[in-house]
Design a protein around this ligand. Structure first.
Ligand SMILES: [Zn+2]
Length: 293
């Protein structure tokens, strides 16, 4: 099966898609780092850019609703001054009104239209409608064919909905709906993996990659505890965009638990930022995107 994608003139100008398409051609992975607060935005947009390293700056819905979009406006200001392309992405937007609010009032290059908590027919209908809504505004979209198990801090809790793997029919339907980036479910889990370890369906991942048109790309969700080898295998099997959360934020969280009383707030914030830089640079190098800005 080889599918054809729907494309519009805006696709060529979309920064998010340009970054990911270059990565697909170059067979490397783009790190998508979650920014929960202004320190993380400073990290991504000043510290990494000073090293000529770029990432996909990912915001979760909590950061939009908690502060009425303020960190996104700050990030957009910094992006507009950046010397290398950097994209601004809203991940796991599970509420239809939030997708529309973000598309209408915030400067995202890309929005993940995550309707995976609905029934299958509803998912497709709502996804297609919201993908078109974003495309009309020149915004790329991610979506989750299948349902990835677990949850993530900053995303609406969908309770104990049963996970299911992506099928090739799901892939066909989502491509037909005009989705630009697919986040398949192939044994990956949001949050912590069980003690027995990971059972990833890398063959399914590769099958999905082979079926996709050149300009529809794969995002990997659920990377907690990944080894460098496993990450490279996922890239070899078609992954282009890699969501990282705990992999780069764990040192920062530990630092916040233990060192809060030892510093003035200003030095505490600055050193906290440094705690995220080291692992972020490490994973950029592992995924092959260091020096590709
Ligand atoms: Zn996710």
């Amino acid at each position: 099966m080889h599918l054809a994608a729907t494309t519009g003139a805006w696709h060529e100008k979309n920064c998010h898609l340009n970054i990911l398409n270059a990565a697909r051609k170059g067979r490397y992975g783009v790190i998508a780092t979650v920014a929960y607060n202004i320190e993380h935005i400073v990290l991504d947009l000043y510290e990494l850019l000073s090293l000529s390293l770029t990432v996909d700056l990912t915001i979760l819905p909590w950061a939009v609703t908690y502060s009425d979009g303020l960190p996104i406006r700050a990030a957009k200001d910094a992006v507009s001054r950046a010397t290398v392309p950097i994209s601004l992405h809203l991940d796991h937007a599970q509420d239809e009104s939030l997708v529309k609010l973000a598309a209408d009032t915030l400067s995202f290059d890309s929005i993940m239209v995550d309707m995976s908590h609905y029934g299958k027919a509803e998912i497709l209908r709502k996804t297609a409608e919201l993908v078109q809504y974003c495309a009309d505004r020149g915004i790329a979209t991610d979506a989750e064919p299948g349902r990835i198990e677990g949850g993530e801090d900053g995303v609406m809790d969908t309770g104990s909905l049963e996970a299911y793997f992506t099928t090739m029919k799901d892939v066909k339907n989502f491509v037909h709906a005009g989705v630009d980036v697919l986040a398949p479910s192939f044994g990956n889990i949001h949050g912590e993996y069980p003690e027995r370890g990971r059972e990833l369906g890398l063959n399914l991942l590769q099958e999905i990659d082979k079926a996709l048109p050149n300009n529809v790309l794969i995002a990997l969700h659920g990377t907690n505890g990944f080894t460098p080898q496993l990450m490279k295998e996922c890239i070899q099997h078609g992954v282009v965009k890699i969501n990282v959360n705990k992999l780069v934020l764990e040192d920062y969280l530990i630092y916040h638990c233990w060192d809060g009383k030892k510093h003035r707030l200003t030095s505490f914030m600055k050193q906290g930022t440094q705690k995220v830089i080291r692992p972020t640079v490490k994973w950029l190098e592992i995924c092959g995107s260091a020096g590709k800005a």
